[in-house]
Design a protein around this ligand. Structure first.
Ligand code: PEP
Ligand code: MN
Length: 298
């Protein structure tokens, strides 16, 4: 019987059987991701780094890998300021086909080099299921971008991957749809999924997207999976990244993903929302004092 099948209770059944049926009937369609089937929080372990445990984890790095010089400088800065994972796109989902599309495998090689330099694990996006094996051979975490959040065939294939998946919320997906996207990965066998709220499309035009901060406590209540926040893509403007990063910590997120560039004015992608190393350092100092005030290691 399907776990969610509703059956008409038969009064001759014992009270326990009736409770069991009622419980089954109320299971959400994201049963593996749900707290109802798995109460304890899932901690995703990447080497020595944990996401979803007591520590507030900060992932940082450039939007895209552009060159060896750019990546190594930025990687070293974010490491020095306390980031625990390095980000950087090698395959870039750009709205225009004429924008910089990423360095692809060369970008992955540079990320590997940055990992050797800093000892930070790396997260990078996989856009196409044909590239999963390639990206997996370099990356420590496989990112699914917002535009692919409901690419169910990609999600099913990532369910067979050996590396954890960082799943971004789609631009137009509800919280429950986002949970069902995570469910696709879990149901295909990969239990290591990190959810990332990165802003949704609304009528507001003052920011690139609207950061749905209310999604954080709701997701934390509905799922045992770790939930992090990407304020950079949510607001699209470096001036609002730090305030929203602090808000994410305050509402109970497990960590952040933030774009940093050693020289944002020359960035090939998302320079407007990238923090300089100095701004990142200040944000990290502020986050650390907030984290210690609320009793979270960082
Ligand atoms: C990114 O993190 O590089 C990215 C493209 O973000 P999103 O998929 O959230 O737009
Ligand atoms: Mn970006």
């Amino acid at each position: 019987m399907d776990m969610n099948t509703e059956s008409i209770p038969n009064p001759s059944m014992g009270a326990n059987a009736l409770t069991a049926i009622t419980k089954k009937a109320s299971l959400p369609p994201y049963r593996l991701a749900s707290r109802e089937t798995h109460f304890a929080p899932t901690i995703v372990q990447i080497g020595a780094v944990e996401i979803g445990g007591p520590s507030f984890a900060v992932i940082a790095g450039p939007c895209s890998v552009e060159s060896e010089d750019q990546l190594m400088k930025t990687a070293q800065c974010v490491k020095n300021s306390g980031a625990c994972i390095l980000r950087g796109g090698a395959f870039k989902p750009r709205s225009s086909p004429y924008s910089f599309q990423g360095l692809e495998e060369e970008g992955l090689r540079l990320l590997q080099k940055a990992r050797e330099l800093t000892q930070l694990p790396i997260v990078t996006e996989v856009m196409d299921s044909d590239d999963i094996a390639l990206v997996e051979s370099y990356a420590d975490i496989l990112q699914v971008g917002s535009r692919n959040s409901q690419n169910f065939s990609l999600l099913k294939k990532l369910g067979k991957a050996k590396k954890p998946v960082l799943l971004k919320r789609g631009l137009m997906t509800t919280i429950d749809e986002f949970l069902m996207s995570a469910e696709y990965v879990l149901a295909s066998g990969n239990e290591r999924v990190i959810m990332c709220e990165r802003g949704i499309r609304t009528f507001e035009t003052a920011t690139r997207n609207t950061l749905d901060l209310s999604a954080i406590p709701i997701l934390k209540e509905r799922t045992h999976l770790p939930v992090i926040v990407d304020p950079s893509h949510a607001v699209g403007d470096y001036r609002y990244v730090a305030p929203l990063a602090k808000a994410a910590l305050a509402v109970g997120a497990d960590g952040l993903m933030v774009e940093v560039h050693h020289c944002p004015e020359n960035a090939l992608c998302d320079g407007d929302q990238s923090l300089t190393p100095g701004m990142f350092q200040t944000m990290m100092d502020e986050l650390r004092s907030m984290a210690s005030f609320i009793g979270r290691p960082m």
